[in-house]
Ligand binder design. Structure first.
Ligand code: N01
Length: 569
């Protein structure tokens, strides 16, 4: 394999990684320090952090408990020992500090080009190498191209008429100014009521003169239950770390707790309420794991939905506003439920108005505010909490071209086609960390990230051992995975909502479930099975010629076995 020559105009690497968030940092460490390969990371931000670098809006914090939304013992037990989280759900600055600490501790920065966007990545059939171009004119080549771009990194700014005529300040939550925004005494419109707005609105309302919250779809917000962590909490967690991480790898969502093996209607109404209340009190996503059919059965789902609507009615004093905040048009958890810490009480404040933009849609942005079909809201600041072109938006912006110059966006014109969400036919040596059709955003991200990085690391090691340098998903393996992905999706209620999970938030985006719904623990076993069967479904070879491969469908066969075992037990 090649080595970097820093004195040459064009550098050649074993691997180029795009992005320096959780995935890119861990991937770089593995490539360089575990495999001894040469690697270059390109990062658009001026520092490490990815999602946690860009999303600095007020109230930004993690929605998974921090002690398992971090690197596990796979990276290092010492790191686990030395880092102590100050809150149960850490705020953005603390998570960013953590990632900066990781970058320093493993001396990662020296191989990262900051402030640099990848604008093209072309595969050369003749040499079997990728040429990667950046916005500052740099060009490098690499045997392997690994995307570590995150799932939510291309902001969605709706194309409202008059958007650019607004004379006040405006911000998208996913590209927040580093110096912060002073809302004191200002009139503010927040567009959107997803997980981001639910965190930001209570904070903004404390300073602003008035906040108009423009809601198109009400969400099922779950109690976050954030609190400071004391020394005793820290000791207890550290003592249990081994068990915690083992559990995260085996459960459905990558949490250390799993979905309870019981159906919602198999218990009495009183018992169900008791279970929901207990999960609610504990906070976090536990409510979604109380019964194993909440995402499969509408009637079961409605019991959780109504439990959550009752919590809204308890907390919001005006019954009309409570009703407007209560979702009625999609099942619980078919859109990502936001975690809230005081969001609903915010609507009891004099300076907060909920505006129903479902009933009266936003018609235009004017120089002085937002005009809906019913009224004009004059404001000083507009906050776009309008989400992201998730999962594929950033991949397409990289300008990736595979064999015969085919663009990834052309290849996926009707939706992603992947094998295991890790690779796609026609794009040899391209790996996507938490790519579409892998559990990704239906999981606790760091757990899925580590699984992908470790799988890719083992794959590259094995390739080297076998004297290969080229690997490509076989078309039949990819077709089979897509069919499996669609089958699993069809058993769930997930296609029922107009969520970003199905691409419904971006006009013209193919409507498919983008993440894989088979569960983190199961998915890991499928990936391991593929590797154990000498990378079944992948062709391998040398210098771009990937000719040595076979496909016997082991991933789906393993899935069927696991499903039968689950039914039998
Ligand atoms: O974005 P969203 P987000 N007119 O797409 C509305 C993760 N996250 O940034 O629902 C009017 O969920 C849109 O309305 P509707 C988490 O995975 C994680 O809040 O499409 N409204 C919706 O209300 C989350 O799911 C954490 O009808 C428009 C909102 O904008 C993901 O990021 C914290 C509109 C967008 O909601 C994205 O969350 C925060 C229009 N034209 C977020 N267009 C942590 O764990 C859009 N909307 C730390």
């Amino acid at each position: 394999m090649s080595h970097a020559h820093t004195d040459q105009v064009q550098e050649d690497f074993d691997a180029v990684v795009v992005g320096a968030g959780f995935s890119g940092l861990y991937m770089l460490h593995r490539l360089r320090d575990t495999l001894g390969l040469s690697a270059r990371v390109f990062e658009a931000g001026d520092d490490v952090g990815g999602t946690w670098y860009w999303n600095r809006y007020p109230g930004a914090r993690c929605d998974s408990e921090s002690y398992f939304y971090s690197f596990s013992d796979r990276l290092s037990e010492d790191l686990l020992e030395e880092w102590t989280w100050s809150e149960r759900f850490a705020a953005q600055p603390e998570i960013l500090r953590y990632l900066q600490h990781v970058a320093d501790r493993y001396d990662l920065r020296k191989d990262i080009r900051f402030g640099t966007r990848v604008v093209g990545a072309e595969y050369d059939d003749a040499t079997g190498r990728w040429t990667v171009r950046t916005d500052d004119g740099e060009q490098v080549t690499a045997t392997f191209l690994i995307t570590a771009v995150g799932c939510l990194s291309t902001t969605n700014l709706p194309d409202f008429p008059g958007r650019d005529s607004f004379r006040g300040e405006w911000y998208h939550t996913g590209a927040w100014p580093h110096e912060g925004v002073d809302f004191t005494g200002k009139r503010v419109a927040v567009i959107g009521t997803g997980a981001t707005a639910v965190q930001a609105v209570p904070e903004i309302a404390q300073d602003a003169a008035h906040v108009y919250v423009l809601q198109r779809t009400a969400n099922y917000d779950i109690a976050g239950g954030n609190r400071p962590m004391d020394a005793e909490d820290g000791r207890k967690i550290k003592a249990e770390y081994r068990d915690i991480w083992k559990a995260t790898r085996e459960t459905a969502f990558g949490f250390p707790y799993d979905v309870a093996p019981r159906t919602a209607l198999s218990v009495s109404d009183e018992e169900r309420q008791r279970i929901f209340h207990e999960a609610w009190e504990r906070g976090g996503f536990r409510l979604g794991t109380t019964f194993n059919d909440l995402l499969l059965d509408e009637e079961a789902n409605e019991t959780a939905a109504e439990f959550l609507r009752a919590r809204i009615r308890e907390r919001v004093t005006d019954p009309e506003i409570a009703e407007l905040l209560s979702p009625r048009d999609h099942p619980f958890f078919t859109k990502r439920p936001p975690l809230e810490n005081g969001y609903y009480e915010t609507f009891n404040r004099e300076n907060v108005t909920l505006v129903n933009v479902r009933a009266a849609p936003i018609r235009e942005i004017t120089p002085t505010g937002v005009r809906t079909a019913e009224a004009e809201y004059e404001v000083d600041v507009i906050v776009y909490a309008t989400g992201f072109d998730a999962m594929t938006g950033t991949l397409f912006k990289l300008g990736i071209r595979g064999r015969e110059g085919l663009g990834l966006e052309e290849r996926w014109a009707d939706g992603p086609h992947t094998y295991l969400g890790l690779a796609t036919h026609g794009f040899p040596n391209l790996f996507m960390i938490t790519g579409p059709q892998s559990p990704s955003v239906l999981s606790n991200m760091p757990v899925s990230i580590e699984q992908h990085v470790d799988w890719i690391t083992d794959c590259l090691r094995r390739l080297g051992e076998q004297g290969y340098d080229t690997i490509e998903a076989l078309p039949e393996a990819e077709d089979d995975w897509v069919a499996h992905h669609d089958e699993v999706t069809a058993t769930t209620l997930l296609p029922r909502a107009n969520s970003w999970w199905v691409g419904a938030n971006i006009p013209g985006k193919p409507r498919r479930l983008y993440p894989y719904a088979g569960g983190v623990g199961v998915y890991r076993l499928l990936c391991d099975e593929v590797a154990a069967r000498d990378y079944d479904g992948f062709a391998r070879g040398k210098s771009g010629a990937a000719t040595n491969g076979r496909f016997s469908g082991v991933a789906r066969a393993r899935y069927r076995e696991l499903a039968e075992e689950a039914t039998a037990s």
